[in-house]
Design a protein around this ligand. Structure first.
Ligand code: TRP
Length: 374
């Protein structure tokens, strides 16, 4: 019998109770230490809540990136999105963080929309649909305030001509046996999927092709993407590039019990396109750390650690640490009950998304300024 709590973390599947310490050991990444946070403070000033709360918790070579930066060597940022549907709030978390890094380090961002990946991997998606979602998802990115001067969105299918030579160089140096071991490919895996990781490697190196400047790239992303970078790091130096560095975040939990926010369970994740009514319904149906009755909860208190509503405050919707601690304490002692938190969260999410949706619509007029082939 498969254990439903057993942790599975691959680029295609996140299941079970995620043990982040164990992931650091299994993936062979480094924890973000106090010392590294201190070093980051020199450049970032006040630490973003995602660093203070260790939502970004692991890295590869971030120390090296900082060391080079302090010696005057810049870096580029790279992140991306598999456009298999509309963006949900969980996706925005690393993008907001990326913007914070970009603003403070004054770097370029390369953002990859993998309409090709989602087409070869997802049985039920047509190319027309993934291309359409790529365009729609780009609006969400732009709505966060990125600027065209230093933000370059790659639409894989449209921009393949730009990517293909580097992808070929990468693909020639990754054997099937490595790819199978890293990604778990099977005999039944289609060959589009097997080649595909070469394409995800390309934006790590594209800056050099575009500008002639060879600088390292830093990738903020959820840790499930790490397998791609393991392979990319192995070939980077053979191709004359820096190994790409990473800073890894946790998965934003969905509103259901356990697991990450997943678009395949639409009732448990809040899409950026949701209406105030959808938002309210989803939050009111969320899994919380509450007791069966209000009376019991007043007496025994709730459990914020397992509460999805609390996690939303933690990840995005309460940036004041004291207020967050107060909410946690008030929950534990039964001073507040789930309805109180749900009401506040509904209000904050609604306000945030109404504003986001306005900016998102405006982005239709500027999206082309962000195309890497502009
Ligand atoms: N493979 C990612 C996904 O399915 C998309 C992606 C491409 C990405 N390049 C990236 C994500 C770089 C993070 C960082 O979502």
């Amino acid at each position: 019998m498969p254990n439903e709590d057993e942790m599975v973390v691959t680029p295609w599947e996140v299941r079970g109770r995620v043990d982040y310490e164990k992931l650091i050991r299994e993936f062979g990444t480094q924890p973000i230490t106090e010392e590294l946070l201190e070093q980051l403070k020199k450049h970032l000033g006040e630490l973003h809540l995602q660093l203070r709360r260790r939502l970004f918790f692991s890295h590869r070579d971030l120390d090296l990136i900082l060391q080079l930066y302090e010696q005057g060597k810049k870096f580029t940022l790279y992140t991306g999105r598999g456009p298999s549907g509309h963006v949900h709030v969980g996706h925005l978390v690393p993008w907001i963080f990326t913007k914070y890094l970009q603003d403070n380090f004054d770097t370029r961002l390369y953002f990859q929309m993998t309409d090709d990946e989602k087409f070869v991997i997802e049985e039920n998606l047509e190319l027309r649909e993934t291309k359409e979602f790529a365009y729609e998802n780009a609006l969400d990115l732009i709505a966060l305030g990125f600027k065209p001067e230093n933000t370059f969105i790659i639409f894989d299918v449209q921009d393949i001509g730009l990517l293909y030579d580097i992808a070929l160089e990468v693909s020639k140096r990754v054997t099937f046996s490595t790819a199978r071991a890293v990604f778990g490919f099977q005999d039944s895996t289609n060959i589009g999927w097997i080649f595909w990781p070469a394409i995800q490697a390309v934006p790590c190196f594209i800056h050099s092709k575009l500008t002639g400047e060879n600088v390292p790239s830093l990738i903020p992303a959820a840790i499930d993407q790490d397998p791609y970078w393991r392979v990319t790091r192995d070939v980077a130096q053979k191709l004359g590039y820096f190994k790409p560095a990473q800073i890894h975040c946790r998965f934003v939990p969905g509103l259901g019990k356990g697991g990450k926010m997943s678009a395949s369970e639409p009732e448990t994740c809040i899409f950026t396109t949701d209406t105030p009514h959808d938002i309210k319904t989803k939050i009111w149906n969320a899994f919380t750390g509450g007791r069966p009755t209000v009376k019991e909860q007043r007496k025994l208190g709730g459990e914020p650690d397992i509460c999805t509503v609390y996690q939303y405050f933690l990840y995005l919707f309460e940036d004041n640490d004291d207020k967050l601690a107060e909410r946690q304490g008030d929950c534990r002692t039964g001073r507040i009950v789930c309805g109180d938190c749900k009401a506040v969260l509904t209000e904050r999410v609604t306000e945030f998304l109404l504003d986001h949706q306005r900016k998102r619509e405006r982005a239709r007029d500027t999206v082309e300024d962000f195309f890497i082939t502009r």
